[in-house]
Design a protein around this ligand. Sequence first.
Ligand code: ZN
Length: 329
Amino acid sequence: MAGGNRARERGYDEDDVRSRANPRGTRPRSKQRPAHADALDGTVFAVDRGRYSVLVDGIEVTAMRARELGRASMVVGDRVGVVGDMSGEPDALARIVRLDERDTVLRRTADDNDPHERVIVANADQLVIVSALADPGPSYGLIDRCIVAALAAGIEPLLCLTKSDLASPDPVIERYSPLSVPAVVTHRGGPLDELRGHLAESVSVLVGHSGVGKSTLINALVPSADRATGVVSAIGKGRHTSSSVVALRLPDLDGWVIDTPGVRSFGLAHVTADDLLWAFPDLEDGATQCLSGCEHVAGAPGCHLDAWVAQGHSTAQRLAAFRQLLVSR
Ligand code: ZN
């Protein structure tokens, strides 16, 4: 799969937002010793009831998890080692014997009251937050939460604002400008060149409510996909229902898009203030002078961030944007 560490190579202003490969709390836990020297490298692009679809040397292989992996389970985007029948024939079944370290982990809690974490996608380097400008209008709460999830995962957020023929994108772009989150604007039937530019050589996860045009976008980007009618041919003969997470290869772009139809929101109970602070290097040093355990929200006793901004280390807009994200968790 292409991408990987592209997030740090892009011309992104690191003073504003930065991402990290392995933020605290997302350290890979499942590095396995190579038990099979002959295992071939592959990438999981779909998971369906314990069966994994793995791309190995351009061949779509169906594989089970080897018992020796213990309780480790794979998600879309995982890089794995595979042995066994890799002919790609209809009844062929291979085994996944190795799970490689993950560069990034996009995770959620099942809901805000349930601290159980679920990994959604591994090794993505971009989270594309698809939001309509009208019909339905933008959900700022959802956008904020997606940005938090991305920053906490060390993944770059990108706003994709659809239906620009119905409403101006300016208020949304203005709202997120203190965060330096890039935005692309599209409308149905319009050119997608700018979006394609962002997706090239990246592994991008697309999230968005129904009705925002995400399926339309994916169908336009990946003509072999048909996300509306229930089946998709990811890279050839594979068929996966539209309700499951699936990675789709972008023709000619050396990139992948990962559709997340079941993901309606992100439970963020696992994200701490410190996780988020990491994405605000202009505030991070100031926070070291806060009282121990400070949550950094407006009016928090002993929070040094207001004074830090008053000293000119950052701006009131940046602090307000940080706090807006903090309370959106
Ligand atoms: Zn503080």
